[in-house]
Design a protein around this ligand. Structure first.
Ligand SMILES: Cc1cc2nc3c(=O)[nH]c(=O)nc-3n(C[C@H](O)[C@H](O)[C@H](O)COP(=O)(O)O)c2cc1C
Length: 182
């Protein structure tokens, strides 16, 4: 049996984003027993949802959707590295979630949010969406400006955030279905 596969999604697509720095902090701490792949929504470059059919039907007309679907079917757990914008999560992430449906069911997911106050508004909004698509939501840490993250993306996480990240990986591993018949 292979190692459980973890996907880390960089959700921000802004040219001057700091999300990749937060993702680097996460990636440096991924346990050895997980096989990790990074998905950068900026590179994925999904258009605004342009599938003619309902995602729940799973009949995808576009190659970009089939590629995204295949990537998510080929993972056993997911970490979303996500900024807070206007007390919500960013539109590119919502769009990427909206593209698929059956792929999400039962998939363990955690969010590493960043912004003011640990991106708490964005994290709670995202949780509602993830639960709607029947993902198994595991708690993840939030990084806060002027505390554990600088505005230009230097992570200075303390013991609390490090412990929360370790607990998040434990939770994802416990929930990850054995390399799966997905
Ligand atoms: C459109 C926009 C709205 C924002 N709104 C919030 C907000 O409501 N709460 C917050 O904590 N930070 C907010 N910020 C600050 C972002 O958290 C900060 O710019 C962060 O670097 C964004 O992540 P990114 O650089 O990876 O895109 C906002 C930033 C942008 C660009």
């Amino acid at each position: 049996m292979g190692r459980p596969r973890l996907s880390v999604v960089i959700a921000s697509t802004r040219p001057t984003r700091i999300g990749h720095h937060v993702a680097d902090w996460v990636l440096a701490r991924v346990p050895d027993d997980l096989d990790v792949t990074v998905h950068d929504l900026r590179e994925l470059d999904l258009p605004f949802l342009d599938e003619p059919g309902q995602p729940a039907d799973g009949n995808y007309a576009h190659e970009h959707t089939r590629r995204w679907s295949a990537a998510m079917l080929a993972t056993d757990a997911l970490v979303l590295v996500m900024p807070e914008y206007n007390r919500g999560y960013n539109a590119a992430l919502k769009n990427a979630v909206d593209y698929l449906y059956a792929e999400w069911e039962g998939l363990p997911v955690a969010c590493v949010g960043y912004g003011w106050h640990g991106a708490s508004y964005a994290k709670s909004a995202l949780r509602q969406t993830l639960e709607r698509v029947k993902m198994v939501v595991v708690d993840g840490p939030g990084l806060s400006f002027d505390d554990t993250l600088t505005l230009d993306g230097v992570v200075g996480a303390g013991p609390e955030e490090e412990a929360a990240l370790a607990t998040m990986f434990d939770g994802l591993l416990a929930a990850a279905r054995a390399p799966l018949d997905r």
